[in-house]
Design a binder for this molecule. Structure first.
Ligand code: APR
Length: 278
């Protein structure tokens, strides 16, 4: 099992550490435009893998040839939010980065599953899918797992509630604990205002999704996926419940009850995609 990270910043490096701690991985690579950062993080993680008594091959750099042969690639490259910014404020800048990343992945990684984390994640997932030409089952966005964890932390008990739709203001709760939407929406900004960035939450959520993919668990998790007729929607990536496994999306689960909320949330994302030429 070879796992690659594009983006060796705070979320990428923390997720990489979580993965080497908890999953059976043979090889891990980190690619970042900041070559020294990627090399330094790789070396630090290599030392950690020996301390954990789980030595694996870990390399880093700016050269995309490192990611050839990856089974799973996690994309965290991009600019994160600052206090007062919405995820959509990152759109122009991160769309350009996503196109550059897609160009590299499209040529080199035709067999990999790609987990997109860069925000605004639903739009970035769509761009990465379009620009790589990969099958939509192999391009998955991370948002709903994190939002659902935030919901659980707010109600402080296990819940069957799932946070679906846009990873942003257009999110909604399905199942249990409806009514906490506003608290979930505000959760990330409180962290950003206090410590400057969200890091552990996204990293642990990457791990949850990577675990389902790497171990082929077929667990149902909220995931941003390009829809092609499911829920009557097309040409947009949005958070829906999906069964995840080694080949990526195994099945999108359709619940009649969320059709309306999902359509409303998707409309806004489609408009944003149109604004940037998709
Ligand atoms: N190719 C590779 N790496 C890139 C590129 C690129 N074209 N552009 C930027 N990067 C790298 C930066 O050099 C930086 O190291 O992406 C990394 C981003 O790391 P941080 O700035 O620490 O940001 P982080 O907090 O990790 O957030 C990254 O994840 O959760 C989301 O909203 C968050 O979109 C943001 C992303």
């Amino acid at each position: 099992m070879k796992v690659g990270f594009i983006g060796a910043g705070r979320v990428g490096s923390t997720a990489a550490y979580t993965l080497i701690n908890n999953l059976e991985i043979d090889e891990l690579v980190l690619v970042d435009i900041l070559e020294e950062l990627a090399k330094g993080e790789a070396l630090d993680l290599l030392h950690a893998s020996y301390a954990l008594d789980k030595p694996i091959e870990i390399r880093g750099g700016a050269d995309y040839s490192l990611i050839e042969g990856c089974d799973l690639i996690v994309v965290t490259a991009g600019v994160p939010r600052k206090p007062g910014m919405s995820r959509l404020d990152l759109l122009q800048k991160n769309a350009g980065i996503m196109r550059a990343v897609a160009k590299e992945l499209g040529q080199r990684c035709r067999g990999s599953v790609v987990l997109v984390v860069t925000n605004p994640v639903d739009l970035m997932t769509y761009i990465l899918w379009r620009e790589t030409g990969f099958p939509r089952e192999r391009v998955i966005g991370m948002g709903g797992v994190l939002d659902t964890s935030r919901l659980k932390s707010i109600v402080r008990r296990p819940t069957h509630g799932l946070v679906l739709g846009e990873h942003g203001d257009g999110m909604f709760i399905f199942g249990e604990d409806k009514g906490f939407e506003e608290a979930v929406r505000r959760a990330a900004m409180e962290v950003i205002e206090r410590k400057g960035a969200t890091i552990f939450g996204p990293a642990a959520s990457i791990y949850r999704m990577a675990k389902a993919i790497v171990t082929d668990s077929r667990e149902i998790l909220p995931a941003s996926i390009v829809l092609d007729g499911e829920y009557g929607l097309r040409g947009v990536a949005i958070g829906v419940p999906a069964k995840l496994g080694r080949s990526g999306v195994i099945e999108i689960i359709e619940f009649e009850e969320i059709r309306e909320d999902l359509s409303r949330s998707a409309l806004k994302l489609s408009e944003k995609l149109r604004e940037i030429g998709y």
